[in-house]
Write a protein that binds this ligand. Structure first.
Ligand SMILES: Nc1ncnc2c1ncn2[C@@H]1O[C@H](COP(=O)(O)OP(=O)(O)OP(=O)(O)O)[C@@H](O)[C@H]1O
Ligand SMILES: [Mg+2]
Length: 133
């Protein structure tokens, strides 16, 4: 997936919507360097049922945090990924009940969708495109 598409914006917005609907939400920020979602969470002054964690780009660490979320009774785990696609993304897609693919209305974005969509389809997971601008 391309960078700067609105992944973190959509992830944080969804976390708030789910928390407002009474869900316990874990927001997993997979961009250790940029930390957009985690920094957003730190800046918040609202006490609600959202927790954010930064998790390294590492398969075992991602499996660990997903297991932790299940044990702790989180209703929703949102993975805010980094741009590039790799094996880790396959693992995350494997956990997912829904994959959200942000798309900007540009030819380059539209051309990039099929490879991401095929990756998700090959793992037999549902996905939706979300126009981020
Ligand atoms: N719906 C929107 N309308 C206007 N600006 C937006 C919208 N969604 C995101 N942005 C802006 O676009 C920029 C990129 O958004 P964001 O950080 O969510 O993308 P990203 O895909 O997570 O990027 P990265 O690949 O760097 O992690 C930010 O400056 C954000 O404020
Ligand atoms: Mg981001």
């Amino acid at each position: 997936m391309r960078q700067n598409l609105g992944k973190s914006t959509i992830s944080t917005n969804m976390a708030v919507c789910a928390a407002r609907a009474g869900k316990k939400v874990l927001l997993v920020d997979l961009d250790e360097k940029q930390k957009s979602a985690a920094n957003w969470w730190k800046r918040r002054e609202i006490e609600d049922d959202i927790k954010a964690v930064i998790v390294p780009h590492d398969i075992e660490k991602v499996k660990e945090i997903y297991g932790f979320a299940q044990k702790q009774g989180y209703d929703l785990v949102i993975f805010d990924t980094k741009g590039a696609s790799d094996t880790l993304h396959n693992v995350i897609i494997g956990f997912a009940t829904l994959c959200i693919v942000p798309v900007q209305p540009s030819v380059f974005d539209l051309e990039a969708i099929p490879s991401t969509a095929n990756m998700i389809k090959s793992l037999d997971k549902p996905f939706t495109r979300c126009s981020s601008f």
